[in-house]
Design a binder for this molecule. Structure first.
Ligand SMILES: N[C@@H](CCC(=O)N[C@@H](CS)C(=O)NCC(=O)O)C(=O)O
Length: 233
């Protein structure tokens, strides 16, 4: 039953600020299926609060007796459990192609955006998360936040090159899924929502019209839940 769903969702110092791109995948997927979940604010260092899930990352979704972690697993769970609601994927072959969008977003787009915005996240995180976040992310990027700030223009130029296939696709159609969004759009847009909520940096150039227009459509989708999200900056 969806009535009792709970979603553990990454929060900043202000618990209303929810910035995880992966949690946005899930929030948009729930909205797509017209399902609601009570969200539970969670911080990076609160590992014990989600220890019941057997791992240490969010999103974690509780639905009755089911506990699911990993945004892709959650999307597949929602699709299988609520087949009468609008589909997140469409056909079997579309489902397989959305997996590619999810992998490209996680493995290429997230690092490219992260290089631009990661240092900004420190200021909006809860104090107890800051040292953990800086240490783990500097190790992951192989550089310091101070060096990333100095190299920000270069990182932004790289990101804008990385976005080219997304840009040209969205110049030809309103959404990645065609005339209406599906989980491919939730995933790719989740990356932009991450930046929008947590960083003052403008990722897109003013003349990047196809991407700007798609972001506006995604901000308006599902009753405007992404646009209504509280921003740290
Ligand atoms: N593959 C996972 C990745 C989830 C993930 O990395 N979540 C981040 C928040 S954006 C997290 O909880 N990180 C915990 C940590 O770094 O300790 C998914 O798709 O859900």
């Amino acid at each position: 039953m969806s009535a009792g769903m709970r979603l553990y969702d990454l929060a900043g110092a202000d618990e209303r600020v929810r910035f995880s791109p992966y949690c946005w995948h899930t929030r948009l997927a729930l909205a797509h299926k017209a399902l609601s979940a009570e969200t539970v604010a969670w911080r990076f260092t609160e590992k014990e609060a989600i220890a019941f899930s057997g791992q240490g990352k969010v999103p974690v979704l509780l639905d009755g007796e089911h506990c699911i972690h990993d945004s892709w697993q959650i999307a597949e769970y929602l699709e299988a459990t609520y087949p009468d609601r609008p589909s997140l994927f469409g056909s079997t072959s579309e489902h397989a192609l959305v997996r590619f969008v999810e992998r490209w977003t996680t493995e290429t787009l997230h690092p490219a955006i992260g290089r631009v915005i990661a240092p900004d996240l420190l200021a909006m995180l809860h104090e107890k998360d800051r040292a953990y976040f800086q240490t783990t992310r500097e190790a992951a990027f192989g550089t310091t936040f101070a060096a990333m700030i100095l190299a920000r223009d270069e990182a932004l130029a790289t990101l804008r090159r990385v976005l080219q296939p997304l840009r040209s696709t969205l110049a030809a159609q309103p959404f990645l899924a065609g005339s209406a969004p599906n989980y491919a759009d939730h995933v790719a847009f989740g990356a932009f929502q991450w930046a929008r909520v947590s960083s003052p940096v403008t990722l897109l150039a003013a003349d990047d019209t196809s991407l700007q227009a798609w972001c506006e459509r995604m901000l308006d989708a599902y009753g405007g839940i992404a646009r209504a999200a509280r921003r740290a900056v």
